[in-house]
Write a protein that binds this ligand. Structure first.
Ligand code: ATP
Ligand code: MG
Length: 601
């Protein structure tokens, strides 16, 4: 019996604590029978369609206030992945409860990024429940319900309107070692609270004058339970609800309700929300008791966020890189945004593989950036056509060419497989003439020990071409090497009977001066020189890598004339490259290096 290859083993999802929870709930039929207690016309009645099926529902709830990054990819693959694995549904929900921050640009970019990663909120491919349901939601659609829930909490004595100043509220909250103290407004009657809340809603109070708070326990060791704020006043227009509201729900109040209204079963979030879970549970159980929601309600589960070395994922810091023009935009190929990774040439398969391999657990940790390159190679090794390119060119002159072939203009046709293991992809054609472009560092006037490439007196093979013998070089007025000189060793063409007659230790890549295409080659490296650029409050700008982007005027073989934007190749000896999806054209080819052939760090 053969053991599975690393690749096959990776394709099989390994178990993790979330899969175990889902399997337990499916086995127990926890969510087999569900219906809502809301009144007809509620968001609850049409938010998620009929729910009387034993399906799991997860959600990815981005706030449309920035571009998605590699950390979000973890959350997307986890939520959509779990739903797909267990025949469930994953909702894409815009968490647009904050009126001031959302922008349509981000909404479009988020939709695009989720689609690019290979996931879909349309039901045909996402649980297949009926064919036409779109599982795209907006938290702002639930504002009416949230408001009624708030009034219900007030009426039941669970919430009060606090009119302390923000400073007083902060001072009364206490801290880890000191219990908080009750607000003087805490003992208001239900009627008074209701009247003041309605005054908040009616626009009678300015921003910051009052907040609605839950009445829990100002002495709780869990600070999240010290009367958390539910609603604040914000006289601001909302992109979806316009000027209907001048009070907006706080995230901690809105999020559990959004989950419940959509019939989410497993609300998966990152570990920093662990201390919020008692509140999440209290709020939903209380709203069930009050008859606004019904059991079984959603449950929150936390996992450790994905951290990748040499990468920052704070939206604020990423925005700073863009605003201060340290990078060339959100889709700069050095950015860890999904648009950046995509432009760099990382494939959705590679990003998903990285997320799966990083695992899902409660224990944090760091995933090495190299894992992304490994995932990319695993994905592209079998797929990407090969090609030759010269990144840092110097001219090679074959000085006996005319003599050997009877004409300086003679060209020798050469062939190479598009992919060494996939003959069905066919062959590439190019030719060798009297001059070729080779890599500058494939020549040394004085070779170091172990250097087997071109130096005076040494022989190498031009890959797919002939064996040549180096005779020297030419220099310009400044003493820089301007051309490498060599002679062709007769009857040594690859694939001919004489090819093996001459043994060489080195083979170099090249392109013909007469048929190569000039191309801009963009070589990217890590944006930071430190593995954890912003750990412990460090100034991440202090470890910017000054060499994170190099652009060279190189050459590529003529078979790349038909390369389309986003096409990926393995440039022999150099690594994986992609035709830039924005700048590449047939007239002006531009290729980005995605990753080298092996990790060099
Ligand atoms: P913000 O501070 O603006 O809320 P955010 O990164 O949490 O930033 P959201 O749009 O709220 O952005 O995130 C959407 C989802 O992605 C959340 O459920 C969040 O937990 C998850 N997420 C964000 N970063 C990571 C990460 N590094 N690893 C795993 N999940 C993440
Ligand atoms: Mg968030």
């Amino acid at each position: 019996m053969t053991s599975p290859t690393a690749h096959e083993a990776d394709a099989r999802p390994s178990s993790n604590f979330l899969r175990q929870i889902v399997e337990r709930d499916l086995a127990d039929g926890t969510y087999a029978q569900r219906h809502f207690a809301g009144t007809p016309g509620d968001a609850a009645h049409h938010a998620a369609g009929p729910l009387d099926v034993a399906k799991i529902r997860t959600r990815f709830p981005p706030e449309p206030n920035g571009y998605l990054h590699i950390g979000h990819a973890k959350s997307i693959t986890l939520n959509f992945g779990l739903a797909a694995e267990y025949g469930g549904v994953c909702h894409l929900r815009f968490d647009d409860t904050n009126p001031e921050k959302e922008e349509q640009e981000y909404v479009e970019a988020i939709l695009d990024a989720v689609r690019w990663l290979g996931f879909d909120w349309q039901s045909q491919v996402n649980g297949g429940d009926g064919g036409t349901t779109s599982h795209l939601y907006h938290a702002s659609h639930y504002f009416d319900f949230m408001y009624r829930a708030a009034e219900a909490l007030i009426e039941a004595g669970h919430a009060y309107v606090d009119e302390q100043t923000p400073e007083q509220m902060r001072a009364h909250r206490g801290d880890f070692s000191h219990a908080g103290t009750d607000s003087p407004f805490r003992s208001r009657t239900c009627a008074e609270n209701l009247a003041r809340f309605r005054a908040m809603r009616g626009g009678e109070l300015p921003d910051g004058a009052a907040v609605l708070r839950a009445k829990l326990d100002m002495a709780s060791p869990n600070i999240n339970l010290r009367d958390p704020a539910l609603y604040r006043i914000k006289h601001a227009e909302h992109h979806n609800t316009g000027n209907t509201w001048c009070i907006y729900p706080m995230y901690a109040f809105a999020h559990p309700i959004e989950d419940a209204l959509e019939g989410i079963t497993h609300s998966i979030c990152t570990l920093e929300f662990e201390d919020q879970r008692p509140w999440y549970d209290w709020l939903l159980d209380t709203l069930c008791t009050l008859g606004l929601l019904a059991q079984p309600r959603p449950h929150q589960y936390e996992f450790a966020r994905l951290n990748v070395t040499y990468v920052i994922t704070s939206k604020r810091k990423l925005r700073q890189l863009v605003d201060e023009r340290i990078v060339d935009g959100w889709d700069d190929p050095r950015m860890p945004t999904l648009v950046g990774l995509r432009r760099r040439g990382y494939t959705p398969e590679a990003v998903r593989l990285l997320c799966e391999r990083a695992g899902t657990s409660k224990a944090g940790g760091w995933t090495d950036y190299a894992s992304l390159d490994i995932a990319l190679r695993d994905d592209l090794e079998g797929k990407a056509p090969r090609a030759m390119a010269v990144i840092n060119p110097v001219k090679l002159k074959l000085t006996n060419w005319a003599e050997l072939f009877g004409s300086a203009d003679f060209t020798e046709p050469c062939h190479a497989p598009a992919h060494p293991q996939r003959p069905e992809l066919g062959a590439r054609a190019f030719s060798l003439g009297k001059q070729a472009w080779i890599e500058r560092d494939d020549f040394a006037e004085v070779p170091a020990k172990g250097f087997f490439r071109l130096f005076p007196g040494n022989r190498v093979r031009l890959k797919y071409g002939m064996v040549i013998e180096c005779t020297g070089c030419e220099k310009d007025a400044d003493g820089n090497i301007s051309a490498v000189l060599a002679t062709v060793v007769p009857d040594t063409k690859s694939g001919t009977p004489g090819a093996d007659a001459v043994k060489v230790k080195g083979t170099i890549t090249w392109v013909g001066v007469h048929d190569a295409l000039p191309a801009e080659l963009r070589l990217f490296d890590r944006l930071f020189t430190e593995a954890q650029p912003d750990a412990g409050g460090k100034d991440f700008l202090a470890s910017l890598n000054p060499n994170s982007k190099k652009v060279t005027a190189g050459f590529v073989e003529p078979s790349l004339a038909n390369a389309q934007p986003d096409d990926k190749f393995q440039f022999e000896r150099h690594g994986y490259f992609v035709a830039d999806r924005i700048d590449h054209t047939a007239g002006k080819p531009v290729f980005n290096r995605i990753a080298g052939l092996k990790d060099s760090k």
